[in-house]
Design a binder for this molecule. Structure first.
Ligand SMILES: C[S@@+](CC[C@H](N)C(=O)[O-])C[C@H]1O[C@@H](n2cnc3c(N)ncnc32)[C@H](O)[C@@H]1O
Length: 276
């Protein structure tokens, strides 16, 4: 992409969404993103496999939700730039009536998402909202238009909660969203872990401090605690590559895919105790 940017888009500050697009080999990035991304990949080549493994995790989660769980409504928060197998495409492949609201706070994502994802306004919509304001996401006119919150909804927070610092209280954000969901709804999370290589994870945080979004990796135990109050679906919170692994897909071991992920059901029954 040339440095000519749509209104509201700053091409000179690396953006979390465009860096991720760069790791995935996409073209929706500017020189500033490529410079920061190249610096990161030189030191942490695992970022590329982590991004790909995360996309496969997302696909497996959505496939499970649309088939075995029978979910027809999705709220994809921190949806990122459109790429291959976007959530509505995966969901509708298995459940043609599935509806998806894509939520992000990055102007470049919103510009591209409006153009590419919202081509059928009866089944897909795009909302400009921030995960740090969960009530604002639920109250957004597009969420209200598309989603019936008296019926099960799958809330996806895939590779986005690590853009909330501890001051943003990510556990409270997840809990606030959970409160809005009826039993039978689901919450899916994947999150960058910082234990495989603490030193290189710290380097990543330094580079992202100059980007549009602050990054904070977390320990396995901290990621596990994000699911407090929810009933985990088997196999629980595990490395993203290991979650319901599909032998037909590419595989990266956890040391090449630095993320943990899980899917949990909202239930009125006592939740699964969280260890760690
Ligand atoms: C790494 S991408 C993940 C994209 C997609 N969920 C996936 O896993 O393939 C993170 C996305 O979260 C968005 N994001 C970061 N902080 C956010 C916030 N506070 N509210 C909403 N979106 C946010 C970024 O703009 C970016 O598009």
């Amino acid at each position: 992409m040339s440095d000519h940017a749509p209104t509201g888009v700053d091409p000179y500050t690396p953006s979390a969404a465009r860096l991720y697009d760069f790791y995935l080999g996409g073209k929706d990035n500017y020189a500033a993103d490529r410079d920061a991304g190249t610096q990161l990949l030189q030191r942490i080549p695992e970022l590329r496999s982590t991004a790909h493994a995360n996309r496969y995790f997302l696909r497996r989660v959505v496939r499970h939700l649309a088939t075995e769980a029978g979910v027809r409504q999705f709220l994809d928060i921190g949806s990122g730039l459109p790429t291959q197998d976007n959530v509505h495409q995966v969901a509708q492949r298995h459940n043609p009536g599935a509806r998806v609201v894509y939520v992000d706070n990055d102007p470049i994502v919103l510009a591209h998402a409006h153009a590419l994802l919202a081509d059928d306004p009866s089944t897909t919509a795009v909302a400009n909202a921030d995960l740090r304001d969960p009530a604002g996401i639920i109250a957004h006119p597009e969420s209200q238009r598309m989603i019936d919150f008296t019926q099960p909804v799958a809330v996806l927070m895939i590779a986005v909660l690590h853009f909330l610092t501890d001051d943003d209280a990510p556990n409270d954000v997840v809990a606030a969203l959970r409160e809005e969901l009826c039993p039978g709804s689901y919450i899916a999370i994947s999150h960058l872990e910082n234990e495989t290589s603490p030193e290189r994870a710290a380097f990543m945080e330094q580079v992202y401090a100059r980007s549009s979004a602050t990054l904070q990796g977390r320990s396995h135990a901290e990621i596990h605690r994000l699911f407090t109050g929810l009933k985990l679906v088997e196999p629980g919170v595990v490395p993203i590559s290991e979650w319901r692994r599909d032998p037909t897909e590419p595989y990266w071991p956890p040391e090449q895919a630095w993320g943990d992920g899980g899917l949990a059901r909202v239930t009125s029954l006592p939740p699964t105790p969280i260890r760690g």
